[in-house]
Structures are given as C-alpha cells and as structure tokens.
Design a protein around this ligand. Sequence first.
Ligand code: GDP
Ligand code: MG
Length: 745
Amino acid sequence: APSVLTMNGHFASIGEAPSEDQYELGIQVIDEEKEFNPNLNKYLQITQTAHSGFNYHLISVFGSQSTGKSTLLNHLFGTQFGVMSETERRQTTKGIWMSKNKNEAVEGKGMADNILVMDVEGTDGRERGEDQDFERKSALFALATSEVLIVNIWEHQVGLYQGANMGLLKTVFEVNLQLFLKDKQSNPRSLLFFVIRDHLGTTPLTNLRNTLIADLSNIWASLSKPAGLEKSRIEDYFDFAFAALPHKILQPEKFVAEVQKLGTRFRAGHRKANGFDQELEGGVFLPEYHRRIPADGFSIYAQGVWDQIVNNKDLDLPTQQELLAQFRCDEISREVLEAFDVAISPLEEQQGEGVRSGKPAVMKDLGNTGKASRMKSIKAFEVEASRYHKGVYARKRVELEGKIDTRLKALYHGQLSAAHKSGVISFSEAVASAVKAGQKKGASYEFADIVAREKSVALKHFESEAKSLAIENVSWSNFKSQYNLYEKDLDEVSARLRKEEMRRLATRVERWVRSRLGESVGLEFNKLGSGRGGSGAPETGEKPLTEKDLWDRIWNVFIATVKEAETRFIERAKSFDASQDEIEVGLWRLRRKSWGVLRVKIDEEVMEGNILLKLRENFEDKFRYDEAGVPRIWRPQDDIEGIYTKAKESTVTLIPLLSRFRLAETYAPPDLPEWIGVAPNSVDPKDEEDLAPIGGVDEEEGKSLEEEMTILSEAKRQDLVVRFKKTADGVYVEAKRSAIGGVAQ
Ligand code: GDP
Ligand code: MG
C-alpha cells in the first residue's frame, strides 16, 4: 500500500517496517483496501502511549469531504494530516489515520494527556455517488473506539436536513444502536462535538445549536429502532457540544485564536446535566465516554473490532473485550512468568544438581526469595491485567498463580526433602556424639534424654525451615504432612539407635557375665583339685559332696549370675525408654549368650592339660594325705598299692561325672530350653545371626539337649582315663621308690 507523503513528513502505512521516523506524522490505521495496520501498537509504544493504562483519549472526526477537517485537526493538535492542496484539489487517500496530539498546553490550561486523533477520510461516499459501505464501517469503528466524535459542518449546511451531513449522522445513530444494543451494562456514551465552520457571526451559535438539535431529533425519530429500544431517546446515548469557528481564509488571525480556545476544551471534564440541555464543565472528556480499553491492549482490541466489521459480523463489544482480556492477560502472564523464570530457574538447577550428586543442599533464604518472586510476579500481573475484563482477569490470575505455585511447590518440596535428609543425618550424629561423650565421662548418661533433646533440636530446625517457606493464605504451603513424616523418620532413627544402644548394653552385660563366670566356675573346678573337699568317706564308697554336686553348684552360680545381669540390663534399658518387647528380646539374647559363655568356660576347664592336672591333684590329695589330712611318709611296710588303687578308683569316677552336665537330684541335665524360654515374637532371625545354635533349644539344628550337655565325648573320656592312669602310675612308682629309698637311708 502506498504511503502518503505530506510536506516533508511520512505517515507509516501498512507493510512498512516500523521505525521511529516513519511514525513522525502518524499511522494509517486502516487503508483504502480496508486492511488493518498490524503496527499500531508499535506506534503507541513509540509515542509513549502504550503504557498509559486508561490515561489516553480517542477522538474521531467526521464530515463531508473538503470541509477542512484535516486542517482543523492539524491546528488543534499540531498534527499533519493530509490536507487537500489548494491548487491541485486532489482527494486524499481513503482510510483512517491516527496521530497523537502534539500541542501540549494552551494558555496555561493543559490539554489532557495522550490524545489520539483519528482522521476518517472518505465518509461521504454518498456525495461522490459511491457505496456507503466504508462510511458505515468507519462510523462503527469510530464509535467502538472513540470518546468524542467531532462533526465538522459548514455554517451554511446547518438546517439542510437533506444534506450529506444528515445522512452521515443517520448512519452514526443507526450503527450506534446496533453496536450498543448488546452492551447494556457498560452504558457507553459518546460526545458529538459539532464544529461549525466559516461562522459569519450573524446567526448566534445558540440558534445554530437549536436548529441542529431539532434536526438530530428528527433523524432519531425517523430511525427504525431495534426491538426493545423503540422508546429510546437520543440523549440516552449521546451528549452534544457545539463550537463555531470563523473563516480560515478570510479571518486567519481570528481563526487561529478561536482554534486555540477550542483546544483548551480537550481536557477532563464533568457533567452538569444530560443530553440536549447538557452543559459540560471543564473539558469534553468525561470518564463515561472512555471505552475502558487499556492502552496496551488498544491495538488488539481495535484490530478485533475491525475484523468483525470488515467481515460484516455482528459486532459484539463485550465479547471483543473478553477476547482482548484473554489475549492480553495471557501475554502479560507470559511476560511475568519469564521474569519469574529468571529468578527461579537458577535455584531449580542448583537443587537438581544437588539431587543428582546425591548431596541435596538446603538453600539459604529460599522462602524469602520464593515469596518475593511470587509476590512481584502477581503484583506485576495485577497492575497490567486488572484493567481488563474482571472475570477474565480473575480467572487468568488464578491460572498464573497455579503456574507459579507449581514451580514453587516442587522447589519447596525439594528443599524440605533436603532438610529432611540432612536433619536425620545431623540427628543421628548428634545422638552418637553425645553418647560417646557420655561414655568418655564414665558417668551413666541418659540415652532417652539425649534422644529427646536432639529430636527437639532437629524438629525445631525443620519447623523453622518449613515456616520460612509458608505463604500466607496458600494452603499448599502448609507443610504439616512433611513435618509429620520427618518426625516419623526421626522416631525410626531413634528406635534404630536405641537398638544399637541395647546391643552395646548387652555386650557390656555379657562381658560382665563372662568375667563373673570365669571366676566362679574356675573356682568350682579348682575345688576338684582337692580330693578331700567336703571330706567324704572313701571307704564307705560314698563320693565326696564337692564332686557329686559340681554341676548343681555350677548351674546355680550360673543362673544366679545371669539373674543379676538381667536385673542390671532391665534397669539400664528402662532408662533409655526401651519397650517391654525390646527388653524381652534383650534378656532372651542375654540368656543364650550367657549359656554360650558358660559352655566355653567349661570347655576351657576340661581342656586336656587342665583337666588332667586337676585329676592328678585330686588323686595326689587322696593318695598322699591320710584321712586327717596329714601327709604320708611312705614306709616299706605301708599298703602303698591298696591306697593307690583306692585313690585312683575314686578319682577315675570323676571322669564320667565330668563328662555330662547333670544335676545330682534328677540325674538329668538342667532344663535349659525352659530357662532360656521361647524367642519373643518380635525377634527377627536376620538380626540374630550372631547367636550360636544351642542343642535342645534350637531343635531344627538337629542337636539334642543331651549332646549340648555332653562335656567330654566317649573317645575323650577313654583317652582321659588312660592318660590319668599313667599319671597316677607315675605317682605310685615315685611313692614306692621313696619308701624303699627311705629305708636305705
Ligand atoms: P478535509 O477533506 O475535510 O480534510 O479538508 P481539508 O482540510 O483537506 O481542506 C480542504 C480545503 O479547504 C483546503 O483547500 C483548505 O485550504 C480549505 N480550508 C481549510 N479550512 C478551511 C476553512 O476554515 N474555511 C474554508 N473556506 N476553507 C478551508
Ligand atoms: Mg482530510
């Protein structure tokens, strides 16, 4: 499309790449082909209008061709719309042109900010015999966008009811009814501002005004109105204002002065009364004229409106406004999310890296950063988007919050999971080091107290992190369930630590049992070395008491020792809050382990060298001492052989006794299975691998109680008898020798 050159300037037309100087004069919004210029928003940006919110104004001018409309606008607003050359009388290109007011203040009374003026060319198709399509379409477009419609009219045309102007006004009224029929809530009004040109002054403006009003009423009355609006009055939709200007060519100075005066009326004003009898106070811009399209959405809105008009669709402004709101809210949301992304992505990356490397870190100050970014984003959206359709805005705001919160939620959950992990680790470490410190001091530390103290520290830590992430009135940011999960985990860790503590306690108690049994069982075996302990009467065949109830005494000392150990264990375990169940398992293990300790101790005592020595001592005691315990001095006449045989026989009887753990009374093994008891239900076989199987107790092991209680095998027993006899023989030979030797002396 050709651009229009006027003077030295340039109006940007469609298809031109936008650049600042191309917009020097303005922009061709719609060209003669009825194409909409997609660069309109660019123009609004270049002229600093795009971010003015509602603080801008739109004026359109209507009137017959060559009535000096463009000339008027150029004087009023410092614009440079195309003016028909005096010499060529060539018509300016059809279309709608826009330019921003360049006159700022007139005589100290400021004009309103950001006045956008639309010069509508070619609205007088009827005059040139063309179809009235463009006239109708541009009228619709102007009404859908503009607050003030300047109607430019020669003085001598006033009262010519059949004139082209009146036809144009009829069109304006008709499209207005069509347009605002559907839009009852917003009740849009427009100002028709009649500027009467070439006013001679002989007819006062009031008279001209009355004539025009009478004509307008007639036109309104003649309109066929849509159903439901039959009774509507013209003043329901329009306010009217009037001005007259002197002849520009005949009275140029007066013309300029009057135009300047007229310019001061383009500022904010308010209403004194309605309709025909209106009087606007202040300027012509009443808030109710404003179409309430935010400046940054104006180009989209105007384009949507124009598309509907061009395609002869029913123009439905509320729908257009909603569509605009959706489009703009989405755009604003996208911009806001981009900024949010810049703030949040690095944190997400940092967190992701931590997770991938297996070292999730708790990020510093995340709550504040997240909150600030969220607030900033929503606020930014609010500022721009809340100017649009309320319903759409509210919906899009919820959508935006949803998107922001999805990101924050993931980030925050990651943060809490890191806090959870590190919290559990520090908790176990803190407990372990407090236990270690307690052990070092030797004082009996209270495990339960340590756990309780460290748990409360760990919970407080987590809680303060969770609280720092909480967002007011946002339900997902209440991290109660994460907190509960954390506490549950701490309890599990506590239970595990307590179990370990129980093991340590068990080990200590077992050590104590080992040392006690080592002494007391050793003592019992040592008594074997004395053949006269309990002083039985060998000649009556009665075995000495000490030997006969060896196992009874060992068993008794064993169960007494374990009983004492159990008491210690229970007392200590209770101090760290072990459960009844845990205590039972501990005691069960203690009994089994203690039996093992005893069994090892017995095996040690009956080891070949040890037991042989004891048997020899036992024998020598019987052989070398008399009944009164006096050492024998062998003389040749003594019955060495008899005494030897008796002592030897007596000692040999100990071997079968030693071979089996049997109680004297029942002549049976102690009821070990009964004493150990059945395994508590909570015993996990996986945890008990360190427990050696016990014959008769762990039946599936295939070892009987009898076998468990066998101290010396048959072969060992026989071997022991042979060895002992040899030892005894040696002692006998020595005695014999000493007897003979004593005589020789
Ligand atoms: P438009 O077609 O309505 O935009 O009219 P123009 O502004 O292009 O002006 C058309 C012709 O009218 C030009 O030759 C102007 O010089 C002339 N003109 C402009 N203003 C006035 C005026 O106030 N009175 C008269 N008589 N002629 C004017
Ligand atoms: Mg013009």
